[in-house]
Design a protein around this ligand. Sequence first.
Ligand SMILES: [Zn+2]
Length: 437
Amino acid sequence: MASDENPFHSEIPGIDLKGEERFSGKVLADWAFDGEHILSNVLLEVSEGEITTLQSEVDVDYLNSKKLLRVSAILPGFFNAHCHLDLSGINALGGMDDFKYEFTDGFTEWLEIVRGYRPQESPKELKNAVRLGLSQLAQSGTTGIVDFSADAISLSELESSAFNGIILKELIGWSSPRDREAINSARDWIEANSKNLPAHIQLGLAPHAPYSTSKFLLEESVSQFPNYLQSIHLCEDPGERELLERGEGPFKEFLNRLGLEVRLDQIPQESPVEYLDRLGLLTPRTLLVHCNDLNERDLDLIADSGANIVFCPNTHFYFDRPAHPLPMILDRGIPVGLGTDSSASISGGLLSMYEELHQVRNFFPDIDPKILFKLSVGGLLGEYWRPPHCLKVGQIANISLWHHTDDKPSDFISLPAYCFLTVSQGRCLYKHPDITD
Ligand SMILES: [Zn+2]
């Protein structure tokens, strides 16, 4: 596509989102993470997209002479448990880096700026933005994606791609007559798109957040879609607690600025986590996004419910938030994954799960690298969200191959590394231009 037709220049060399080529090859690696363990001196063989050999402690010197594809590391594909692909074009519209430290009301001001971007893009530009986000994720070893989609524009792009995708239609509305239309249109969307859905795609709902989604919408999303996956932003900013417990704070002013009244009967006078629990939204099918501001009682309620959490480290860094409760979440055995969130809350705007892994390591250098690898490939999520991302003979390959400058797994996370190949559903999503057939 000529660049004048595509303002986002989404063409990255080596990307094939459709994955036309099934991967076959023999790979020799210094180490690999198989989903549970770190293996050394590994031979991996993939035939027509299926893993046929996985051996560790092989004779590297002997095999080196066989001219195999030689890499530092083999990982299962990363699982990006939270993003908004349709915001990936935001850099072309000016980006969000300059706004980082200019906030007075912080988070709500950021929300208003991002809301203002969306209408500037045509459906075609939004599709280009989705493709740009997918290309960035493919280039950095991601094979599974959970996408919050305002108008579900990412569905067709993910359906025709080789990614494993969960597309969640966003529900948003603060007690207006339009809330019923929103729930009806979500039901119509699910009914229309559930037929003939490819096996690599799932549909669900994303009530946006307790401060932006009315009680009516939250209750309807539980009662009308009990068997669907649901995800919601929760406790991203302390202002959410102020709004729900006392009807005060920056979110009240934010809603007022949008012309929305905050009535006393809309204030549950409980914490955001207690509120979602009472409405029946905390279940193993639920994925709670961020959960930055949790107290002990919130953690207990989430642990008892079986709900999942997703931590977005670079977004956390962008907003300069206090330490995330990830260690407490891991200690309690709460299912948890990692996500990029959108280009609007990452310095530089680039979606990369490798960079998220790098950032979580910066925040928590004492967490065992094995746990961090497992977190990044979705292996610590609960059964409804956990992807089949592990290295096992007989499995369809969802893998990424990497080069880095030292051969220790812990250095992979802390040193710059680059992705050489990403294979999703056995198909090549990304091949570094240095790879020759
Ligand atoms: Zn988000």
